[in-house]
Every structure is written in structure tokens, then in C-alpha cells.
Design a protein around this ligand. Structure first.
Ligand code: MN
Length: 232
């Protein structure tokens, strides 16, 4: 038997449509910019950048439907609606064709962001951890299996705040498609089941306040919801 001075924390996990079994999560990767219109709204040139990544701790995973307190320190708490890839096989240094076969499922995700801390970090050349990897910053809806919905090439991705549409894009507008992302990332890390990849957000990101209700939707994948609570 194992012997710990403190009991280990529960393994973060996500619901899978059509089964009671859950998907255990060990790592959360995020693509920095992956839609040209969002890259432009953040002041970057979308034609020149290869994909880049940051991570959130698995402990930041929060299920759709949650109410999360308005985070500390920030005055500019932003939503980013994203398609999340769910890895279902070990891959290392693979081609896009081989990478595609490792995508086991999809989920709707919200990459919640302290935008003001991110801007400060960018200006100072510092890491993004406190802007991106804070508590309850990785919201995730139910996983759907590729075996049930097929591989996604296109489809509307939208985000509304209190019923008013703020983001409206299409998966076909990704600069790097899911297979290319998994292939590229597999040259940087040995990927395996337990890895989630948030694939970037379309234009229209913005701030939310306590009391706001966010509803995101991706065609063929499903919905995600988040309520912003009072600060703690
Ligand atoms: Mn993002």
C-alpha cells in the first residue's frame, strides 16, 4: 500500500456522453492563437506564426454548469470559447495523418483568462501562468466520442453572454486543424490518454462580471455553460 503524509487529491475527470465511465485528465494543453480574426484582435499577424502553447494544471478543470467566483486580482476576466481535443492513444513525433487517429473525442471548452495579467506578462516577457492557469480556469463540457460523431472539419462555434452572442466562428477557420495541432504538439511532448488540448478561440473575446451566464455551443459537439459568481 502507498503511504502519503497527506491523502492524494482526487483525479480530475470529465463526463463522456453515452457512458457512465469518466475520462481521467492529467494534462491540459492550450493553443495560443488559432483563428486569424482573434490573432488580429490581439495585435498579432496570423500569417506568420506557428502554433504555440501554454498549459493549465489539471486541477483547474471545472465542469460545465458550475458557478465559479469572480477570480482574485483581475479586473478583466475574459471568456474564450474553444473546441477541446481529447487524446485516446499514445503518440510521439507523428504525422498529421497518424495524429488524427489519436483524437478520441471532442468537448466544448472555455479558456477563462485574467486578460489584464496576461497583458502585463506579455509586456514584461514573463510566463502566463497566473493569467491562464488559475483555479477553475479550464471549463469543460461533456466529451463526445469520435466513434459517435466522426472527425470534425467544420461547424459553428459560438458563445453568448446572458443570451447575447459575442463569439461566432467556424472550426474550418482554424489556422492549424486538429490533426496538425496534435502532430505539432507530439514533437514537443509524448502525448497519451489523459491529455486535453484547447484549440484556440475565434474573435469576440470579452470581459464578464458577477451574475453573467455564459453559454457556448459547437455544432455536433454540444453546449457548455458557466455562471460567474461573486468574488471571494
Ligand atoms: Mn485560449
Amino acid at each position: 500500500m502507498s503511504n502519503f503524509v497527506f491523502p492524494p487529491l482526487a483525479t480530475p475527470s470529465a463526463a463522456v456522453r453515452g457512458t457512465d465511465a469518466r475520462y481521467a485528465v492529467s494534462r491540459i494543453f492550450c493553443v495560443g492563437r488559432n483563428y486569424a480574426d482573434h490573432a488580429r484582435e490581439m495585435g498579432a499577424d496570423p500569417t506568420r506564426e506557428p502554433p504555440f502553447y501554454f498549459m493549465k494544471p489539471a486541477s483547474a478543470l471545472t465542469p460545465s454548469g458550475a458557478t465559479v467566483p469572480y477570480p482574485t486580482v483581475t479586473k478583466n476576466y475574459h471568456f474564450e470559447m474553444e473546441l477541446v481535443l481529447v487524446i485516446g492513444a499514445p503518440v510521439f513525433k507523428v504525422t498529421p495523418e497518424a495524429a488524427r487517429a489519436a483524437i478520441w473525442g471532442y468537448a466544448p471548452g472555455l479558456d477563462m483568462t485574467r486578460r489584464d495579467l496576461q497583458a502585463e506578462a506579455k509586456a514584461a516577457g514573463r510566463p502566463w501562468d497566473t493569467a491562464k492557469g488559475f483555479d477553475q480556469s479550464a471549463i469543460l463540457g461533456e466529451i463526445v466520442r469520435v466513434a459517435d460523431v466522426g472527425y470534425l472539419e467544420r461547424g459553428a462555434i459560438t458563445l453568448a453572454v446572458n443570451g447575447s452572442t459575442k463569439q461566432q466562428g467556424d472550426l474550418a477557420d482554424m489556422i492549424w486543424n486538429p490533426a496538425e495541432i496534435v502532430s505539432n504538439l507530439s514533437h514537443l511532448y509524448r502525448l497519451h490518454p489523459g491529455d486535453l488540448i484547447y484549440t484556440g478561440t475565434p474573435a469576440g473575446v470579452g470581459a464578464v462580471l458577477p451574475g453573467d451566464v455564459l453559454t457556448g455551443r459547437i455544432d455536433a459537439v454540444g453546449e457548455i455553460q458557466l455562471t460567474v459568481g461573486q468574488p471571494e
